[in-house]
Ligand binder design. Structure first.
Ligand SMILES: *[C@@H]1O[C@H](CO)[C@@H](O)[C@H](O)[C@H]1NC(C)=O
Ligand SMILES: *[C@@H]1O[C@H](CO)[C@@H](O)[C@H](O)[C@H]1NC(C)=O
Ligand SMILES: *[C@@H]1O[C@H](CO)[C@@H](O)[C@H](O)[C@H]1NC(C)=O
Length: 453
């Protein structure tokens, strides 16, 4: 008995010693919020989930013919020329890129200006086609004469290969955040687009974490700004100190504590959001039996898109829900999320905090260094949403003032009081509110610097 008690006591003492080294007490006593949460503009919108039940009932049994097809099939069936390319990063991740070089409205030809689209956290490039074919950014750009490149960051379902690691078996595979996406994935994808399209410079569009990785690259990778015409950022997840969405709010207290490692281990580094219906199949339940019922479809089958984080009744096209569910969600990487939340808690934009001891070894300081946004040289255009509870208007102002003033060409508030974070991918009117003005701005820019469309 005594020996057992001693052993257990010893183990507990040892664990505490290890934890205290990894997370010195000073880290626990960080304020949970350095910056104050943004106060949202009040609107007369009521985002009740009952509305979903009511509205989906009206569009009962609508089945989207494209919901179960991938981007290659959908593009080909609609007359677009799509090619795929694999590139290997210097740290071994094999990424798949798609290129749409033309379609019926604008046949492929040499000399088109190129644009690289970078998806957000929990998405793959298919999030860019979550809206119907005549209203999504990919085909609108292709029709307008652009050479469209679709990036897939490491950890998304198109980019799960690695020269040595196995994403299913090696937890190490998932040991990355937007930092590595910016440092390693971004330059490889950009160079591939430049080489194949034979364009010296490329336009870049990034949503949320895709924008984060873009700015990491622009701040950290030597010579990268000279390869970019301009970057167009939608809801860039850079500063998150004023976020008030339920997920970030709930996890702020975990940032900088051993809870980070525990969550990472329990979830094995990632969350499989891709098609929630797969979850039902894996439980031995036929998804169609359950998901036919409208009520359950809102509450269970399509639940992830209907969370307060992204559900905007005003911009919801209920008929499009099956397509949204199948296209929007992919693998979500835990460490990337933790990195974002760390920055939310400290109200800064810094490297990943690994605990004081490892920080000193890796960065030479107890606190991780900040990304030096002063080094961004490419022209930046920022679009933000009034009701974005994750990347709030307050944090957008923070970003705009952290960038060199001569690079910030425009900070554009989407002209809809109810617009939120995911509406950039799925909003009913996003084609009119965002994509058309965006394409006009890019075309105008290209008219000044390029060969014209
Ligand atoms: C909100 O108010 C505006 C202006 O009064 C009105 O046009 C709009 O229909 C209202 N929206 C809802 C969802 O009630
Ligand atoms: C890219 O890699 C994937 C997965 O290894 C493979 O299935 C695909 O054929 C490759 N594509 C090209 C264009 O090499
Ligand atoms: C809503 O989504 C459906 C299915 O994708 C589409 O056919 C329809 O055009 C969309 N309506 C609007 C107003 O965008």
């Amino acid at each position: 008995m005594k020996i057992e008690a001693l052993t257990i006591g010893g183990i507990i003492w040892g664990c505490q010693l290890v934890l205290a080294q990894r997370f010195p007490p000073s880290q626990y006593f960080r304020p949970i919020r350095v910056c104050r949460a943004h106060q949202p503009l009040r609107t007369n919108m009521s985002n009740d989930l009952l509305a979903c039940t009511r509205e989906t009932f009206k569009v009962s049994n609508v089945k989207d013919p494209d919901a179960d097809k991938n981007i290659v099939q959908i593009s080909q069936e609609n007359g677009y020329l799509i090619d795929s390319y694999n590139v290997t990063t210097s740290d071994g991740y094999i990424l798949t890129l798609f290129r749409i070089s033309g379609g019926n409205k604008s046949p492929a030809r040499r000399g088109k200006p190129s644009v690289l689209l970078l998806h957000g956290w929990g998405n793959s490039c298919e999030a860019w086609i979550a809206l119907p074919n005549d209203k999504n950014l990919v085909y609108m750009l292709a029709d307008a004469g652009w050479d469209v490149w679709l990036g897939n960051f490491r950890g998304s379902s198109f980019s799960l290969q690695h020269t040595i690691l196995n994403a299913d078996r090696n937890l190490n595979y998932w040991d990355f955040s937007f930092h590595e996406m910016g440092l390693f994935d971004f330059p490889m994808m950009l160079d591939q687009a430049r080489r194949v399209s034979e364009n010296d410079k490329v336009f870049v569009i990034g949503h949320s974490q895709g924008a984060t990785a873009t700015l990491v690259a622009a701040a950290e990778v030597p010579g990268i700004n000279e390869k970019i015409h301009a970057v167009y950022l939608m809801a860039p997840a850079v500063y998150l100190g004023s976020a008030y969405d339920p997920f970030t709010t709930a996890t702020l207290a975990i940032a900088y504590t051993p809870g980070e490692d525990i969550i990472y281990d329990i979830l094995q580094g990632r969350i499989q959001l891709r098609n929630p219906r797969l979850l039902f199949s894996s439980l031995g339940i036929e998804p169609q039996d359950i998901c036919q019922s409208r009520t359950l479809r809102c509450k269970l089958c399509d639940l992830p898109i209907l969370t307060p984080f992204i559900f905007n009744q005003n911009q919801m096209n209920y008929t499009n829900i099956p397509r949204m569910v199948s296209k929007l969600f992919d693998y979500a990487t835990v460490k990337s999320y933790l990195h974002l939340v760390q920055n939310g808690r400290s109200c800064s934009f810094r490297y990943y905090d690994r605990g004081a001891r490892k920080n000193i070894r890796r960065y030479g300081s107890r606190e991780p260094p900040s990304y030096n946004l002063n080094r961004v040289r490419a022209p930046v255009y920022i679009f933000y949403a009034e009701q974005d509870d994750n990347v709030t208007p307050t944090d957008i102002q923070r970003l705009a003032s952290a960038l060199p003033s001569e690079t910030v060409r425009a900070v554009i508030r989407v002209n809809d009081d109810t617009f939120n974070h995911e509406d950039f991918s799925v909003g009913r009117d996003t084609n009119e509110l965002v994509y058309k003005p965006l394409i006009n701005m890019m075309t105008e820019f290209n008219g000044r610097v390029g060969t014209g469309i």
